[in-house]
Design a protein around this ligand. Structure first.
Ligand SMILES: Cc1cc2nc3c(=O)[nH]c(=O)nc-3n(C[C@H](O)[C@H](O)[C@H](O)COP(=O)(O)OP(=O)(O)OC[C@H]3O[C@@H](n4cnc5c(N)ncnc54)[C@H](O)[C@@H]3O)c2cc1C
Ligand code: SF4
Length: 322
């Protein structure tokens, strides 16, 4: 590992002030330290933000604010989250392992990097790691990569389960940085790859996530489901965060976000539009799923994700429908 300087920030203002060229923020380190060991990330200086006093979950009027350094385990176990946003608690618990979740922070989870094997192998080209070097995944191993919103430059997926639930819940990400404070809506934090796959998010250098704010949970039943190659300790082949509100047999409200299929949590807006106001039937669920997946551009070895995502949408909505 390349030598680096280490500093622990005592306040958010100090963290932002300490951020210079070659600096990276350190949360729990469960992704960043792995990438440093692999030579994928080579910061000259780490500013440790994991012990900033941003580790509370509290109600703010009818909303809930989650501090950026709250550990994944504490988020999933918190009574406010379990009672008001069970889908979020479930999503967090499907990720990683108990040991990793004990250390990993909320902000770090959102900003973890793709697990595309070429990205993690510094002996291979990769547009995300070395812009302009090419994307070997397109002709190579892309079985667990994206089918929606891809570009000719990158077909990586975003790995976070938590981000998928936050996208369905219309969460807001609070950020402070050299340019001041701002609020970024979810979805909207993570980018599609386009011509700049090296940029995962809309954050600028030095931007520090301070909290996530959740609006009141939408009415209806909710569920997070994840399909993976083994029952634990595996990233999603496809996942879904879904909220369905059915009144008198028709869909009054619906939120659908997909994971494991795009470079960002994918809000299935076409499916939502197709469903709202219509009947809550299996046939309507299938048509909505197909409307969403018409946009898919699968590669030969991940074409299986199209029927997988379709079946996941339909099965989840059928489970949620009264
Ligand atoms: C074996 C394994 C399996 C896993 N499986 C899953 C899974 O199935 N699903 C899932 O969702 N996750 C999974 N994870 C990922 C795990 O949840 C992440 O590693 C973790 O959430 C990252 O959090 P961290 O605090 O350790 O971040 P770090 O590794 O410290 O940081 C990650 C990134 O966030 C940046 N950062 C950290 N805090 C801030 C901040 N406040 N503001 C701005 N930037 C910041 C860092 O600079 C870095 O770029 C797995 C991890 C491992 C090791
Ligand atoms: S899919 Fe993206 S991350 Fe993977 S090799 Fe291609 S450019 Fe790199």
């Amino acid at each position: 590992m390349k030598p680096f300087d280490y500093a622990r920030a005592g306040s958010t203002a100090e963290a932002v002030r300490d951020f210079g060229p070659g600096t990276m923020y350190l949360g729990g380190g469960t992704n960043l330290v792995d990438l440093m060991r692999l030579g994928v990330a080579e910061p000259e200086r780490l500013v440790d933000v994991s012990r900033l006093p941003l580790d509370t979950i509290e109600p703010v009027g009818d909303r809930v604010r989650i501090g950026a350094t709250v550990r994944n385990t504490d988020l999933a176990a918190h009574p406010l989250i379990r009672s008001r946003y069970p889908m979020l608690a479930r999503a967090v618990l499907t990720g990683a392992s108990g040991q990793v979740r004990n250390v990993a922070t909320v902000a770090g989870n959102l900003l973890q990097r793709t697990r595309c094997t070429y990205f993690q192998d510094v002996t291979r080209p990769c547009n995300k790691r070395r812009p302009g070097s090419g994307c070997p995944a397109i002709a190579g191993d892309h079985a667990n990569l994206a089918i929606l919103g891809t570009s000719d430059a990158c077909v990586a997926t975003h790995p976070s389960d938590m981000a998928v639930a936050l996208a369905a819940l219309d969460a807001q990400v609070h950020v402070t940085g050299p340019g001041g404070d701002r609020i970024i809506p979810m979805p909207g934090l993570h980018r599609l790859p386009g011509e700049e796959p090296e940029r995962d998010t809309v954050l600028s250098p030095g931007d520090l996530i301070t909290s996530i704010e959740l609006p009141p949970a939408p009415p209806g039943a909710s569920l997070y489901r994840k399909v993976r190659e083994r029952a634990s300790f595996a990233f999603a082949l496809a996942s879904i965060a879904a909220v369905l509100d059915v009144r008198d047999g028709s869909v009054a409200g619906c939120r659908l976000a997909l994971g494991g299929v795009a470079h960002a949590p994918w809000r299935a807006e076409r499916a939502e539009r197709a469903l709202i106001g219509g009947p809550a039937t299996g046939e309507a669920f299938l048509q909505a799923a197909e409307a969403e997946l018409e946009q898919a551009r699968p590669l030969p070895r991940n074409a299986f994700k199209v029927p997988l995502a379709r079946n996941l949408i339909v099965a989840t909505l059928e489970e949620l429908a009264p």
